[in-house]
Design a protein around this ligand. Structure first.
Ligand code: SAM
Length: 303
């Protein structure tokens, strides 16, 4: 599929380029914020899994252009495994969010202050093995959540991408233990055909005995130890086991019905419109090597 047909097929793809965003995902955060207004009065924010940086661009515009008060105390930190081209007012860190050193780096940048808002649009490279992909995605959300519990101020907001799989109600229960309100939101710019949604966790309220921890080897059960949330384990006696009532999160579609449908093909793009170049080409994408080999004719199999 050529660039111009993609411009017509997916208007968010084109609109992102028109408005100077590095990726169409920018509209997901914008539509979530339109619904929940979580960026109205924030000073310190963390964007986890941020490359190529369209969410950080939204954060930068919202914090530094839409509201010019207290610019000196505002801080945006963006973290990704991939290098990111600089963005105005954003400090970028190339690091793994599951590594404890990353937490220390962010905390140093905040000079002991807590964050008002943490978001994570993290997605691992998919293998196509569905169970493995779902497991790795869940581990990424858990790492983002662990990091968030160490960084977020009371009352703060956490937003993360999820894929609504089998055990998602368990995640809702766990999050409800830490936040006043947990909503599963689907922006119009997120394809309806995808299981992708976003958990919007409002009002961080950890219990008084809660000890925030970041340990990639810790299981979900251990992380939520003491909250009586979890699966049956080998040590549980069956007769005494009683499954917890699982939570059902509110589900909200956001972005308004007047916004573009990301699954539709729009034919009212002017015929003479030209395909726009990407705002920021990828820095070091995982497929770079494959493209180089293809260009050299080395990717074809010998007959
Ligand atoms: N929100 C971004 C934007 O608007 O431009 C798009 C994020 S992209 C969908 C997912 C990102 O997650 C990738 O850039 C990937 O490198 C990052 N990622 C995956 N695992 C990570 C990890 N363990 N630590 C840091 N970043 C990670």
């Amino acid at each position: 599929m050529g660039k111009s047909s993609k411009d017509k097929r997916d208007l968010y793809y084109r609109k992102a380029k028109e408005e100077g965003y590095r990726a169409r995902s920018a509209f997901k955060l914008l539509q979530l914020d339109e619904q929940f207004h979580f960026l109205d009065n924030v000073t310190r924010v963390v964007d986890l899994c941020a490359a190529p940086g369209s969410w950080s661009q939204v954060l930068s515009r919202r914090l530094f252009e839409d509201n010019v008060d207290n610019k000196a105390s505002k801080r945006i930190v963006a973290v990704d495994l991939q290098p990111m081209f600089p963005i105005d007012n954003v400090t970028t860190i190339q690091a793994d969010i599951t590594h404890p050193k990353t937490l220390n780096k962010i905390m140093d940048l905040f000079e002991g202050e807590k964050a008002d808002f943490v978001c994570s649009d993290g997605a691992p490279d998919v293998t196509g093995l569905h169970d493995l992909d779902e497991y790795v995605q869940q581990q990424l959300i858990l790492s983002a959540l662990q990091l968030t519990t160490c960084l977020l101020r009371k009352g703060g907001v956490f937003v993360a991408k999820i894929f609504r799989g089998r055990d998602i109600d368990m995640l809702y229960s766990q999050l409800s233990f830490l936040f006043e309100r947990v909503v599963c939101a689907k922006p119009r710019s997120s394809r309806g055909t995808s299981l992708e949604s976003f958990i919007v966790c409002l009002g961080y309220r950890p219990p008084s005995n809660w000890k925030p921890r970041l340990d990639v080897n810790m299981s979900v059960e251990d992380f939520f130890q003491g909250c009586d949330i979890g699966r049956l384990t080998l040590n549980d006696e069956l007769p005494s086991y009683c499954e917890e009532p699982r939570s059902i999160a509110e589900f909200i579609s956001c972005g308004g019905l007047d916004s573009f449908d990301s699954d539709a093909t729009y034919h009212d793009v002017p015929a003479n419109s030209t395909a726009l170049d990407p705002v920021q080409p990828p820095t070091n994408p995982p497929y770079k090597r494959a493209l180089e080999l293809k260009r050299q004719g080395k990717l074809t199999r010998a007959v």
